[in-house]
Design a protein around this ligand. Structure first.
Ligand code: PMP
Length: 410
């Protein structure tokens, strides 16, 4: 399977207005996709259309607009379920993003499942969003947080992961792809290992959904979370997928309208799935925009996207490694379109500030993964991250800008 040809990239880029602007008078090179992706015109148009003509609250209204919006919202749930191959749409809970999805899960499990003396297992490469909620639950409930170590390449040490599974944690919460290192965890294998010991698994798919196809039934994960804005959708919308068994057992996390069935001053019964977990007025526009983003993404073959991003990453690596003092942080055998680096004698944030003035958007800092920075003994890194619309010209732009910045700083 071949990566995208130049004319295909030009066609893809034509859908993204943000990519065609100039920044400081320079062509815009956007390589901060791990933080958030740009939006295709179709997604922007969907939000405008909803607020222009379709705006109404859902599920409760008898009027035309409310019924239309309810139908569109529930259709979108089915689109999301199909996208990750969930067996039923009511296993898809809409949240405001990966962070809220993890908090929902932690907030629910802590009430009945993660109790005193229990343990939660994570890996050493987790984003703060899949670390702090578990750490806090463990603190509140006198449970233990177990952390599978990383090797020097930035891969999870699977022997250590297996050793920690022997301690019988009640949950393993693992990222699919590290936002700080680009390392791809062998999640299918890790889920198999965990299930062998009877341990359910949450996969943080925030960095995976726009770069690799996801089949939650094939992975057999118990929970899967992701954010719309990292896959060309709007901000403020995300997903928690869970196996039906868990959703039925889990108590609600937030209370209010929509998630209830019968309410009196004495008693409340809760709504059926998935509404039990969607208290209050949801982000209808966000859900519709997410559906449009998925429809956009489905036009392309995920394997081709992955190949394209991988090729750009390899080309960027070859060029960047010619810069004296260049040091990669994270050299996993299996990695997705993220390059994290430091350059001896310079500070990452100085490089980021200088390349920005040359029109190149990268991320600098700890990337919400401070323990990863501690593991590799760096204050932070410069991170370039790729998406399907990036081109060889972006790679060249990155290389020239970093080379110039390093020369200016030395
Ligand atoms: N997990 C990973 C791996 C991420 O990259 C991110 C976002 N950088 C998150 C979780 C949190 O996502 P959000 O901020 O959209 O909730």
């Amino acid at each position: 399977m071949k990566p995208f040809a130049d004319n295909e990239i030009a066609e893809i880029r034509s859908h993204f207005p943000a990519l065609h602007q100039k920044v400081y008078g320079k062509p815009f090179v956007y390589l901060d996709n791990a933080a958030t992706t740009q939006k295709p015109q179709a997604v922007i148009d969907r939000l405008v259309a909803y607020y222009s003509l379709e705006n109404s609250n859902i599920h409760r209204g008898v009027h035309y607009l409310s019924q239309q919006a309810t139908q569109a919202y529930e259709d979108a749930r089915q689109t999301v379920a199909d996208f990750i191959n969930a067996s039923a749409a009511n296993q898809i809970i809409f949240t405001k993003g990966t962070t809220e999805s993890v908090n929902l899960l932690a907030g629910s499990l802590r009430q009945f499942y993660l109790l005193e003396g229990d343990a939660v297992l994570i890996t050493g490469m987790e984003h703060h969003s899949n670390l702090v909620p578990w750490q806090q639950v463990c603190k509140q409930n006198q449970a233990e947080l177990l952390v599978a170590a990383l090797n020097d390449k930035g891969e999870t040490d699977l022997d250590h992961f297996a050793e920690l599974l022997d301690k019988k944690p009640k949950l393993a919460a693992i990222t699919h792809i590290s936002n700080a290192l680009g390392s791809v965890n062998p999640v299918k294998e890790m889920i198999r290992m965990a299930h062998e010991k009877g341990v359910p698994v949450l996969v943080d798919g925030a960095q995976a959904v726009a770069h690799t196809s996801i089949d939650v039934q094939e992975l057999d994960c118990d929970f899967f979370v992701f954010s719309g804005h990292k896959m060309f959708g709007p901000m403020g919308i995300g997903v928690l997928y869970a196996k039906a068994f868990w959703l039925q057992k889990m108590p609600p996390w937030q209370f209010g309208g929509e998630m209830v069935d019968q309410v009196s001053f004495e008693e409340t019964t809760f709504n059926q799935l998935p509404f039990k977990f969607e208290a209050g007025t949801p982000n209808v526009a966000g859900v519709l925009g997410l559906k449009t983003a998925i429809d956009f993404l489905k036009q392309y073959d995920m394997e081709v996207i992955a190949k394209h991003e991988n090729q750009l990453m390899q080309q960027a690596l070859e060029k960047l490694l010619t810069i004296p003092g260049m040091r990669l942080i994270g050299e996993a055998e299996n990695r997705a379109g993220v390059i994290s680096f430091v350059v001896d004698g310079t500070h990452p944030s100085d490089i980021g500030t200088l390349v920005d003035k040359m029109g190149v958007a990268v991320r600098t800092g700890h990337h919400c993964a401070q323990p990863v920075m501690t593991r590799f003994d760096v204050p932070g890194t410069v991170r370039a991250s790729f998406a399907l619309y990036n081109s060889l010209a972006d790679v060249e732009g990155l290389f020239q800008a970093v080379k110039k910045a390093v020369m200016m700083l030395r």
